[in-house]
Ligand binder design. Structure first.
Ligand code: TA6
Length: 291
């Protein structure tokens, strides 16, 4: 098919990562089969990549890739019942199947990835499920998540698209659209009210509540990235700053200035309950705002 190439990336230790490379008139993109994780979305018109991905990311099997848009599922953060389980769930650590790919001259490429329950998931989350991630790669990047409960019993989940956005410098980056929202500061455990645009001068790790689902990332007061979600009541804003970056190990020591995470999902105050046999969808649309 037009502009589709299977490839393998190597990390600094020679571990391989299977990816699919897409090119059309609007964009060039790289998507890893691991986690159905888009790693790069280069807008040909604006000549910029929407996403940041660490050059030090490890591709060791089952290791989360640092950058792009990891999908945190079926829990966000630490598992509340067992801290030994992988942070942010297992969906980003496993290879998904590419179920479908099609192309339309006006819309670009559309890919559908699928992950089903399997031995590796049953050991830690004993439910029958199927999750589908549809990526629309055109002028904008559109993601649709479909969560299906194939079990005989209800289950609950939390999730987020843990998006790493490429910026010039965190010191003159702001997030617009979260004013007047309550947030949980994950570093102190305290709730606060956001009064102005979010700015950054230290490690920042916040979960905003009941959000209005439309945000912009600003560089030097100018909107550069638009974010629109559907049915995602929470937004996490994260930048590790200096010390946390040193502890991460897969981020260059000065790279914390070059990305900001704005993560849309359903996290708190409660998990999403999904009855047996039912499914639920979430959407996210991301775009580089024209100069
Ligand atoms: O983005 C919020 C967060 O939960 C932070 O607390 C930090 O842990 C980050 O996710 C990265 O998590 P990871 O497991 O990908 O290193």
């Amino acid at each position: 098919m037009h502009g589709v190439l299977e490839n393998t990336l190597q990390d600094q230790e020679g571990n391989g990562l299977r990816i699919i490379e897409i090119e059309n008139d609007f964009c060039k993109a790289k998507i890893a089969y691991r986690g159905a994780q888009i790693l790069s979305f280069y807008n040909k018109v604006q000549q910029k990549d929407l996403l940041w991905c660490s050059e030090k990311s490890s591709f060791k099997p089952q290791k989360a890739i640092r950058g792009g848009i990891p999908l945190c599922f079926p829990w966000f953060g630490a598992n509340k019942n067992n801290v030994d389980l992988p942070a942010h769930g297992f969906a980003r650590n496993l290879d998904w199947q590419l179920a479908n790919i099609d192309f339309d001259a006006q819309q670009g490429h559309r890919l559908k990835f699928v992950l089903q329950d399997q031995a590796a998931t049953r050991q830690i989350w004993d439910y029958a499920f199927q999750i589908e991630l549809e990526l629309q790669l055109g002028q904008a990047l559109k993601l649709k998540l479909n969560v299906m409960n194939l079990d005989q019993q209800a289950f609950e989940f939390t999730f987020a698209w843990h998006s790493y956005f490429a910026i010039q410098d965190i010191h003159h980056t702001q997030i617009n659209g979260l004013q007047d929202h309550q947030f949980l500061d994950q570093l102190t455990g305290k709730m606060h009210q956001q009064t102005s645009r979010v700015q950054f001068d230290q490690e920042t790790d916040r979960i905003y509540q009941q959000t209005q689902q439309s945000y912009q990332i600003l560089d030097q007061q100018k909107a550069i990235i638009g974010i629109q979600s559907k049915d995602c009541p929470n937004v996490v804003v994260w930048n590790p700053w200096v010390e946390k970056t040193q502890r991460l190990g897969d981020v260059a020591l000065d790279a914390w200035r070059k990305f900001v995470c704005v993560e849309c999902g359903q996290i708190m105050p409660e998990a999403k309950q999904l009855p047996a046999g039912q499914s639920i969808q979430f959407e996210l649309e991301l775009q580089i705002i024209a100069e």
